[in-house]
Design a protein around this ligand. Structure first.
Ligand SMILES: Nc1ncnc2c1ncn2[C@@H]1O[C@H](COP(=O)(O)OP(=O)(O)OP(=O)(O)O)[C@@H](O)[C@H]1O
Ligand SMILES: [Mg+2]
Length: 406
C-alpha cells in the first residue's frame, strides 16, 4: 500500500507535538508579557512619562502577540494528520493483507492520540512539554526583582546576567546580598515578582517549572541536612525513586554517580558516620544521579575542614572539565573564585559586577568597599607589585611560586 508507506514516512510524531507545545507555550508567554507591557504603558501615558506614539507601539505589539497566539491555537496540523490516516484506513479494504490492515489501524490510533493530546495542549497553553535546549545560554536572568514581603527592601533588584553552557560561575557577596534568594529563584522554590529566568532558552513559568527543574541540581551548605536514606546507596536512590526511574537501571546509575565523586566503596555505609567532605560528596552524587546539566552549589564547602573543602572544589572543577556541567557556585571562599570562568558580585540585592576573575579582582578597593575579602593569592600579588616586583597574574599559588622561582 503506497499511501500507507508514504504516510508513515511523513507522519507527525510525539516529537513534533512536543515542539508544538513549546512553541505554543512561548507564544502564550509572549502574549501575557506584551499585554502587561501595554497595561503599564497606559499608566505611564497617564503620568506623562510617554507620548501617544509610544503607547501605540505597545498596543500594536500586544495586538500582534495576541494574533500570533490565536494563530497557533488554530493550527490544524494534527487534525489533518489524523484525517489523512483515517482516509487511508477506510480505503484499506479486505483486498489488502491483514498485516497492512493491522499497520493502518496502529497508525490510526497513534494519530488519534496525538490529536487528542494536541487539543488538550491548546486548552492548557502547552503545559507539560518536555523542554529541549533551545539555546547555548544555560541560565539567563532578566530584570529579576524579589521582595520577601511588600514593605521589605528588595532582596533582589533588577538582576540581569547570562551563564553559558559549560561555564563555571562563582557568585560572591557579603551576607544578605541576595545570593541564596537568587539560587532559590533559579530552582523554583521562590518565584520572582518581576522579570524572568530562562533555562536553555525556555522562559520558566509556573506551567513548565517541573520540566525546567530537570536541568538543575542543587547542593546545599549543611551536609547533615541533606540525608534521607539509611545508607549512602539508599540516599542516592531516593531522588531516583521520586523520578520513577526503572529499578533495573538504578543500581548502575547509583554506582556510576558515586564513582564520579570517589564514593563507590561507601555505598553500604551509614551517611551519619561519614566525614563532612564525604557527606558533601554523597550530596553531589545524589544530585548527579538525576543527570542535571546545571549544578548549583550554595556554600557547599563552607562547613568543611580545609581538606574536605579542597576536595569538593576539585570535584566542582572536574564536573565542568570532564562532564561539561554548568556550575554555579555561591561562595564566601574568595580563593575559589580563581577556579571560575566568570564571577558575579552581589551587593544589597544588586548585581554590582560581572566578569572574569582577574577583571573582578583588579579593583581591590571596590571589593573591600563592599566588605569582601581579597583572595590570598591576589594579596601576595598586590604586595609584590608594591615592592616593584612585576609578575604576570597567576591562576593559583603553584603558578605564582613557579614564577617567583624563575
Ligand atoms: N525568609 C526570609 N524572610 C524575610 N527576609 C529574608 C528571608 N530570607 C532572606 N531574607 C532577607 O533577604 C536578603 C537576602 O538574603 P539572602 O539569604 O539571599 O542573602 P545571602 O547573600 O545568601 O546571605 P548569606 O551570605 O548570609 O547566606 C537579606 O536582607 C535577608 O535578610
Ligand atoms: Mg545564603
Amino acid at each position: 500500500m503506497d499511501s500507507l508507506k508514504k504516510f508513515k514516512e511523513n507522519k507527525l510524531t510525539t516529537k513534533e507535538l512536543n515542539d508544538f507545545k513549546i512553541e505554543l507555550h512561548s507564544k502564550y508567554i509572549n502574549m501575557l508579557q506584551a499585554n502587561n507591557d501595554f497595561f503599564k504603558s497606559k499608566e505611564e501615558k497617564q503620568q506623562g512619562k510617554i507620548d501617544n506614539q509610544e503607547l501605540e507601539k505597545y498596543k500594536a505589539k500586544s495586538v500582534e502577540a495576541k494574533a500570533e497566539f490565536k494563530k497557533i491555537c488554530g493550527s490544524k496540523i494534527f487534525i489533518d494528520n489524523y484525517k489523512t490516516i483515517l482516509k487511508i484506513y477506510n480505503s484499506t479494504t479486505k483486498k489488502n493483507s491483514s498485516i497492512i490492515l493491522e499497520q493502518a489501524k496502529e497508525e490510526l490510533n497513534y494519530a488519534k492520540n496525538l490529536k487528542k493530546e494536541f487539543k488538550d495542549s491548546v486548552k492548557d497553553h502547552g503545559r507539560g512539554a518536555q523542554l529541549t535546549k533551545l539555546d547555548k545560554v544555560a541560565v539567563k536572568v532578566e530584570n529579576l526583582k524579589f521582595k520577601y514581603a511588600p514593605d521589605f527592601p528588595y532582596a533582589l533588584n533588577e538582576v540581569n546576567f547570562e551563564i553559558n553552557d559549560g561555564e563555571y560561575v562563582a557568585v560572591i557577596g557579603h551576607n544578605g546580598s541576595g545570593k541564596s534568594t537568587l539560587s532559590k529563584i533559579l530552582i523554583g522554590v521562590l518565584s520572582a515578582q518581576e522579570g524572568h529566568v530562562s533555562i536553555y532558552g525556555n522562559v520558566v513559568t509556573r506551567d513548565n517549572l517541573d520540566q525546567a527543574r530537570k536541568f538543575l541540581g542543587i547542593v546545599f551548605q549543611n551536609p547533615d541536612n541533606q540525608f534521607i536514606g539509611s545508607s549512602v546507596e539508599a540516599d542516592i536512590a531516593f531522588g531516583l525513586e521520586n523520578k520513577r526511574v526503572n529499578p533495573k537501571d538504578m543500581q548502575k546509575i547509583i554506582y556510576d554517580s558515586a564513582k564520579k565523586v570517589g564514593m563507590e566503596n561507601f555505598l553500604d555505609k551509614e551517611p551519619l558516620n561519614l566525614s563532612g567532605g564525604q557527606k558533601q560528596r554523597v550530596a553531589i552524587a545524589s544530585a548527579l544521579a538525576l543527570n542535571p546539566d546545571i549544578l548549583i552549589f550554595d556554600e557547599a564547602t563552607s562547613m568543611l575542614d580545609p581538606k574536605g573543602n579542597r576536595e569538593i572544589k576539585e570535584i566542582m572543577v572536574e564536573l565542568r572539565d570532564k562532564m561539561k556541567k554548568t556550575i554555579i557556585s555561591i561562595t564566601h571562599d574568595m580563593d575559589e573564585i580563581l577556579n571560575a570562568d566568570k564571577v558575579i558580585v552581589m551587593n544589597a540585592g544588586r548585581l554590582v559586577k560581572i566578569g572574569k576573575p582577574e577583571e573582578v579582582l583588579k579593583d581591590k578597593e571596590f571589593l573591600r568597599g563592599i566588605k569582601l575579602e581579597i583572595p590570598f593569592l591576589s594579596l601576595v600579588e598586590e604586595a609584590l607589585d608594591k615592592e616593584g616586583i612585576k609578575i604576570k597574574h597567576s591562576q593559583n599559588m603553584d603558578e605564582l611560586v613557579k614564577q617567583l622561582c624563575k
